[in-house]
Design a protein around this ligand. Structure first.
Ligand SMILES: [Zn+2]
Ligand SMILES: [Zn+2]
Length: 283
């Protein structure tokens, strides 16, 4: 679409919905990616044993609940909820869902303060290079959810509770306790916001979900050297397919090539030219 339309859209729209909102995609027979407004949640497993990864936007519990019933039936609730990190667009429905299902929530130890009402994330950076979503980012909720003792830390041995065959990988940078999930058997990666497949700081691309393997969302990433290391780590796993926190699932050459490019040209693709957390210089 041309630049003029892109600009006019960026001026008028609030990034609450994307063209994929409410849509689901079965990535493998036991992996279902549901887009809730602008963010993805993943249902991993089969009716007798499944897990929800991430918990969507605020007020989205009903959407997630009905998608779960449609996929697994009325009587099959998940065994647990796993969080890649605690940003508002990934924990929006977590309190409601954990209560409704009466299940534990797991996250990395370093993320727990943000999930138990003890700490707030640093302010998103509206000055960062990257368009209107960044400009709107001060409006995003920053008050932490409080899961109390329902939230537990992921086990130190790397196993993911109720997800046999998967392991969690610490991928900090976007947040201190950010994790990604990897299944060796078919090299499937759930990457959270360690990298995403849509440029989250371009409102047009968010709305249209235009595909592009990109670094973590800029306005909220505070530790760029760690973010770079995390992308390298994920690239080294040679995943065959990936579901990211934002954007569509990718696989094959599109993923391999895109990740390779991101590692090679991280400074150009991911690192903002300027912004509060960039330090005024490229590394
Ligand atoms: Zn995030
Ligand atoms: Zn996100």
């Amino acid at each position: 679409m041309d630049r003029q339309l892109e600009d006019s859209m960026e001026g008028k729209w609030i990034p609450a919905v994307s063209v994929r909102s409410g849509e689901g995609e079965e990535v493998t027979p036991d992996l279902f990616c549901l887009t809730v407004q602008i963010v993805n949640v993943v249902m991993v497993g089969r009716p007798d044993r499944w897990v929800l990864v991430d918990a969507g936007m605020p007020e989205s519990a009903d959407v997630i609940l009905s998608a779960a019933i449609e996929r697994f039936g009325q009587h099959h609730k998940p065994r647990a909820i796993i969080l890649t990190h605690g940003h508002f667009d990934h924990v929006g429905a977590v309190v409601d869902l954990a209560e409704t299902w009466d299940v534990p929530v797991f996250a990395h130890e370093l993320e727990l303060p943000y999930l138990t009402g003890q700490a707030r994330y640093p302010e998103p950076d509206p000055t960062v290079e990257g368009g209107w979503v960044a400009k709107l980012s001060p409006l995003f909720p920053r008050d932490p959810v409080n899961l109390g003792d329902r939230v537990r830390k992921l086990p130190p041995d790397g196993q993911v509770p109720e997800m046999p065959g998967w392991r969690w990988i610490h991928t900090p940078g976007h947040t201190p306790g950010h994790v990604s999930l990897f299944r060796e058997a078919d090299r499937t990666l759930i990457a959270g916001d360690a990298f995403v497949t849509v440029r989250q700081d371009s409102l047009y691309k968010v709305v249209m979900q235009q595909k592009e393997i990109s670094g973590p969302p800029r306005y909220w990433t505070t530790d760029w050297p760690s973010a770079r290391e995390s992308v390298k780590r994920l690239h080294a796993l040679t995943p065959s397919r990936a579901i990211t926190g934002h954007g569509v699932p990718v696989s094959g050459e599109e993923l391999t090539g895109g990740l390779e490019r991101l590692v090679r040209e991280f400074d150009r693709i991911a690192l903002p030219d300027y912004g509060r957390y960039v330090d005024g210089r490229k590394h």
